[in-house]
Each structure stands twice: as structure tokens, then as C-alpha cells.
Design a binder for this molecule. Sequence first.
Ligand SMILES: [Zn+2]
Length: 623
Amino acid sequence: MLVVCFQTNAQVERWQQHIDYTIKAALDVNTNIVKGSEDIVYNNNSNDTLTKVYFHLYWNAFQPNAAMDIRSRELGKNSLTNRRGDVVKDWDARVTDRIEKLTPTEIGYQKVNSILIGGKVQKLVKHETILEVILTQAILPKSTVKMNIDFEAQVPKQIRRSGRDNAEGVRFSMSQWYPKMVEYDYQGWNTNPYIAREFYGVWGNYDVTLQLDQHYRVAATGVLQNPTAPANAQGIKTWNFKGNNIHDFVWAADDHYKHLAKEVRKGLTLNVYYKEKDAKSDSAWANVLWAAEKMLPFMEQKFGAYPYPQYSFIQGGDGGMEYAMATLLKGPGLGTVFHEWMHSWYQHILGTNESLFPWMDEGFTSYAEAEVSHAYNLTFAGNSPFINESEKGQIKIANEKAKSQLPVVQYGNYMGYLGLAKSGLEEPMSTHSDHYNTNYAYSSAAYSKGATFLGLFGYIIGDSMRNKVLLNYYNTWKFKHPNANDFIRVAEKTSGIQLAWFKEYWMNSTKTIDYGLNDIQATSTGAMISVQRIGKMPAPLDILVTYKDGTSELHYIPLDLMLGNKEAEGSINRIVHPECKWVQPTYTFETSKPLSTLKSIEIDPSYRLPDVNRSNNKLEIPN
Ligand SMILES: [Zn+2]
């Protein structure tokens, strides 16, 4: 019996720290030096007395022999074979050994000159990208402290994410640019040295005032407060942005930025900022704004409401990288556009600890990217006024191709995971994102296996139940830093099905799924089909039996660990068998018609089970 109880409005108890930043910074566009101050109001909502606090100083990573540099060069010693069969080095092609070669004017740095609390100077201990602050007076539980920080930074030559003068010529990509407080949560201080991987932050309100040469246009997190402010007599313009309930602040500046904006509904404006180039580029960036507006209703219906007043697609950085209310993009490709925007849901609003659960951010975002891209291509792409006939033709071909590839929407993510599972390099998805042995294993686990988690989840509890779980998860855990168990608990409460086993196998192990058809025997009324579990990870089974008369039936074999079944999906008649014990190596069931009438038998006809060997999944019965 399935018990469904929706907990849409369930309140969960988990304290969060809170921070308000008032940042004032001036960038000298000639020397690439930023000088600034931060006035911080920090609420310690924990039950702990804090004798120290910590800050991230990310740009110290862009110096020869910094941890990011050493790690990249070490990864460059590993050669791997990629999916295309090419032998490639395992380092990030954007980083390689470039940091080692930076000159003193090209390196990045962040220096905190002083931190004052109540006028008292605090003791600072530098650990490259982490600053330890030994407090003169402890911060008591449930208390508030004010800090004043004075800092100076040099914008590095763009290597990874942040920096000046990127490959597209954008002058300043200002991410991770200010001393940023480390998050303290129920697991303690998250003091991860920066090596170019995932982030985690404290939610709060940002009031940021930037000063720079009046010829530059600034694109940023938050809402611009003074759009008409004139430059001063020295040619310096002041930009003030405010954003609430966010855990980071990015900005970018260029002297040849073009700006497109549209209020797509009351209280929400979408912006596009890109480097002036040619008419083709104008059209591609206009298409970003067009597609974003078109897809927002789908995204919200499927993944939850977007709560901020603004979102900006900003050309900058070196690929696609997500920030609060904004993304830095290398180019206008829509896959990346949808991916980075969907990070607003998983990275920014849910705010999972990405270092510990990168797959709950990158994986869920990659899953959503595939869903949004597919829906866009099917529904809107052909009507865009910003793409030409040949591009429309390409989309048509892609849509046709997608129909023949199962699972249609998540095909790429499944292939990424299956490649990993067979590579011999897989590590459990519970590995800390900074500590995988290879970049390959990290990215395939975080992105592909994480996305496959949700595809497989749809198979296990049913796609429509999985969609309900995603919405309940978002509404229950937004702005609360959920972990993997929090997700599973929402899923269990929503579906009435036991699911901890699924998390244990998929997250904490590298065990794989492989079921095969073993044997068929004639009985007096039907055929006895025997299924073998070859892989170590168990799963419930959908088995499609097709008869020569064209009829078919779906045999469902429940898994005992679940103590429940998904509801029937689709219109094919479903026969539910007694549950299979997870320890059982083989399982037999009987069809309703005799062996002579059978045409074919197929395990997992929907292709949502990431079975590492599909060659034993289907049997065609010869005449
Ligand atoms: Zn991502």
C-alpha cells in the first residue's frame, strides 16, 4: 500500500549563520589594484562560542607554488583516455601550468590589512587562501558582532573564473574578489583551501559600492541603485548594487560591454552583458535573453519559484560559472546558459555544501539543464527570431535523433556515468570535491553520476513522484543548506517508499547495476522467466513482455528494501509480482501467455536504469 503524504510546507529546523556586508571598493583599471573596506554584521545563530573566524582569500591561489598551481601540475602528470579515445592530460586545460608562469604584475593577491572589532585590532594568521582571525573577544551563541575590514587586492591575469583580460578580451571578471567569510554550520568551519573547485557560503545581504573609470560599464549581482549617477571630476563613476538573501557577489566590467535588459514579469528583470563584436554575436546574445524569458515558466513549474528581482548573463570568465543572481559566460551557448541559471536553484537558493555534496549541485543542475534544453528545443527553438534557417535545421535533426536515443533527455548524463563506471577510475560520489584522485573522476561523478541519480530516481519511484520530490525538496530546504540525507528524507516522506538504501549504494559506493535475462522455461500456461542480478547494486525491475499478437505487459518486480512500489507509469498493463529480496541472485516470474506466443522480453524498456551491460537485457524469441 502506498502512503502519500505531501509535506510542501514542512518547516525544518536547522540554524544558519547570517551576514550583512557593506563593501566599498575602488578599482584602478590601469594598475588592476582594488582597494576596499568591508563593514560586516555577523550573526552567530549557533549554540557555539566562536573564538576564531575565517575568511576566504581566493585570489592568493593565483601565485606560483600556490596549492592550485601545484595540484594542477601534479594532475598534468596523469594521462587518461577520454570518451573520444584521445589520450589527454588530466589537468584543467584552462589552468595547466599557467599559474607557475605568472609574473609579479600578473599574479593575484588579496591582503587584509586589518580587521577591527569594537575598534580593537584582531590577530590575523595567513594560510594562503584562508585567513584565520583569532578574536580578542569570543562571539557568544545567538549574538551579533560588527567587524571592519581593510583590504587590497591585485586582479590576476585570468586563469580560472576570476581575473583580468580573459580570452574574449573582457577586462575584468570579478568573482571571489573580496575577503569572504567562511561558512560555519552544524559540521563546523568549512575552511577549504581554494584549488578551483566548489564553493559554500553564508547567506546575507550585500550593499556594494564600486568606483572605477567612467568608460567602463559594470554588470553585477543585485539591483543597481544609482543608474543615473554621473562621474566625478576625476572621471570616476560610482556604482551601488544591493542584493538580499545571497551568499556571494560577483561583478564584471568592460569598456565595450553591450547591455540588453527586459522586465519579464513584474519585479524580475533579466540582463545580458556582452563584449561588442559583430552582428552575429549581437544576435546570439539577443537569443540568450529571448530563450531565458521563454524557459522561465518551465523552470519554475518544474524546479520551484525564482525569488530574486534580477538575473544577469554576463560575458566573462572562462566557461560558465554560477554566482548570485548572475553568471559569467564565455559565450552565448544555450546549454551553458540554462545550466548556470539553474544553479540559482541548487547552488544559490538551496545552497548545498558543494565541497561535500558536489553532485547535489552540479549533478542536479546538469539534470535540470538537460530537461530545460530538451523542452526548449522541442517547443521554442524553431521559433526564435535570432537564429537562422541552418541552425533551425540542426535543432530539427537533434530533436529527431533524441527521439531514437533512450533515455531521450538524460542520454548524455547517462553516457558520462556509464563511461566512469567502466573506467576503473570511479571513486564514491561521497568523496570531498577537492580530494578526488583525478579531475575526470570528480567531474563524471559530480555532473554525470549526480544527474543520473535523478534519472534513476525517476525509474525507482516514478517520474511524476520524482518531480514532486524535487519541488518538495526545494520548498522545504531553500536557504537551509540541505545534505544528501535531507533530500532522501523528503523523498521518503513524499513517496511513502524507503529509499536510504538507494542513497547508500549510489553515493557511498561504486557498485553498479547489471541485470540479465537468464533462462526461459515453458510451463503449462505460460513461460517462466528467470532474471539474474549480476551487478552488486539491487534495483526494482520493469520487464516488458511483448507477444507476437502485438500485445504487451509490463512485469514489475518490487525490491524488498523499498517496502513499497512506484505507481504504474504509462498505459501498458502492469503486473506486480511478489518482492525480490535484495540478497537474491536470481528471480523467476511467469508470463500470462504461453512460450510459443512470446516475441520479446526486455529488462528496463524505458532505459532509465543505468545498467552497465545492456547486451543481456533483451531477448528476441525466434519463430
Ligand atoms: Zn555547474
